[in-house]
Design a protein around this ligand. Sequence first.
Ligand code: TPP
Ligand code: DXP
Ligand code: MG
Length: 614
Amino acid sequence: MAPEGNALLSHIAVPADIRALDPALLPRLADELRGTLVRSVSRTGGHLGASLGVVELTIALHRVFDTPDDILIWDVGHQAYPHKMLTGRLGRLETIRQGGGLSGFTKRDESAYDPFGAGHSSTSISAALGFAAARRLLGRSGRVVCVIGDGALSAGLAYEGLNNAGASGLPVTVIINDNAMSISPPVGALSGHLDALAGGTNAPENLFTALGFTYRGPVDGHDMTALVEALEAVRDCGGPVVLHVRTEKGHGYAPAEKAADRLHGVTPFDPATGVQAKPKALAPSFTQVFADALIAEARDDRRIVGITAAMASGTGIERFAKAFPDRAFDTGIAEQHAVTFAAGLACEGMKPFCAIYSTFLQRAYDQIVHDVAIQHLPVRFAIDRAGVVGADGATHAGSYDLAMLACLPGMVVMAPADEAELRDMVATAAAYDEGPIAFRFPRGDGFGVDLSEPARVLTIGRGRIYSEGEDVAILSLGTRLAAAGDAADRLARDGIFATVVDARFVKPLDAELILSLARRHRVLITVEEAAGGFGTAVLRLIAEARMPVGRLVVRTLALPDRFLPHDGPGVLLQAAGLDGAGIAEAARSALEQTRPRMANRPVLVAAGLPGFVS
Ligand SMILES: Cc1ncc(C[n+]2csc(CCOP(=O)(O)OP(=O)(O)O)c2C)c(N)n1
Ligand SMILES: CC(=O)[C@@H](O)[C@H](O)COP(=O)(O)O
Ligand SMILES: [Mg+2]
């Protein structure tokens, strides 16, 4: 690791300062930048390996291109820490991924040097082409460059961009940052093609030239002189150009170079050793419980297979793959393909479990609708990272899966209250063959509940009463049940008694149970860690039942109608009113509304639904 001290780096306020430096000093700037990066991320945690790998590339890009007038787009944005450090954000680096601090990704409203925000992969070529097309139409000068990793290059969106850009003739420079790594080692045929190109085969035709690009490279991405020369050569090429840069993920920091994941994402660590301070887990994570439950089911059913889209470790499919190497599939970053691939497997009678983070499943919505749901195919969706995710922020929050899925005919949608119920839902999904079925669970550790009983197959569409009280009904979906129970305890201290229900199913809803709650209580509160989907379904059920609900007041507690900033999950949930105190407060204010002064007045129709107050 580079020694402390950043005499050069501290003088780089904007990239123009890099352009003014003696070129002989650029490697020293790289050393300082790398050392400062390691020290800072060792205190905050964050995405380290990818950033370490592009230190020289970042300096060279800002040296050769006239940013921010020239457009520089980073794909995913997890490797943009050096870019942030060179574009006026060095002093705030230690706030990264914390509430009110720098984003862990590029973000338009954070800096003029971030012309396009990201977090999800493979968007950069399309966005770059959009910039280039606009500039041509508006008669604006300036070049457009994007940097995309070999992993991100596996997604369909990247090929759509390449296909269009290659034929456009527009001056778009695509830098392929080929470190032969995704989060895990890369999968798929493209990685072999890049390897062959990097081996210097110098074939006159390759994928990129065939698509209309001028291809240059490979260039050593840690050789500053070679990089600057190569970038200068492609800068004024004119049409679409690919520059193939070979880098090493984790470069220049020995613990990262040695780590299997190249320290892709880290918690705070000791910079001398790279050893991360991982708080001792009190209970297995939801992901781990899911993986173990899937392995248990797969032992008895050889038709069960697991699918991940480049998130093998994050989704637990890596664990499943150790038990069943032939029955685990990693598609690379290709969520759309993963879902349609699962549909094909289901057509042949297999039982595919598609393990995809909630936020990345958004990519595959049409495949879920068109390839799975319309054909009633029994694809199982294990949706991890549902709800708030914390430091990754708006791009990664799992807010929309319930709304996306609960409106689809024939889809079963579940959410477990704890890890024991998660195991039950894995068993239920394995047993259910009539159509698509999904279950969603959060990031992080479970509650440590007893897992000694075998998993049970649940009755589809049946919730369970957790505790009974006569004043308020709290209908909770998923792991907010603990907060609902806490709210009930708080209310009981004030002499208000709550029925707490674990809904388990968003679709089909337990209509009988919910309508009986609506009849027996003055207040019905729905609770979900999502931006809608559950509460709206309950409102619709009540409206369609056309039952006289008297003075029933309904509150739908959900994530707010704005994109969640990066912050601690507890902070975000509290701000959304989804903690015990927030739910109890909602109950109190709803009860207040049921007081006699309201008795003779027509009931407010806030949600557009007659018969109750929202
Ligand atoms: C659509 C989507 N799926 C999955 C991810 C999770 N993810 C973030 S970075 C990454 C690996 C990207 O590999 P590559 O582009 O080669 O960048 P590197 O980390 O190697 O620099 C993955 C899978 C994502 N950000 N977006
Ligand atoms: C950049 C990216 O998309 C991933 O690295 C993501 O940050 C992983 O999130 P988890 O830490 O929840 O697995
Ligand atoms: Mg890579």
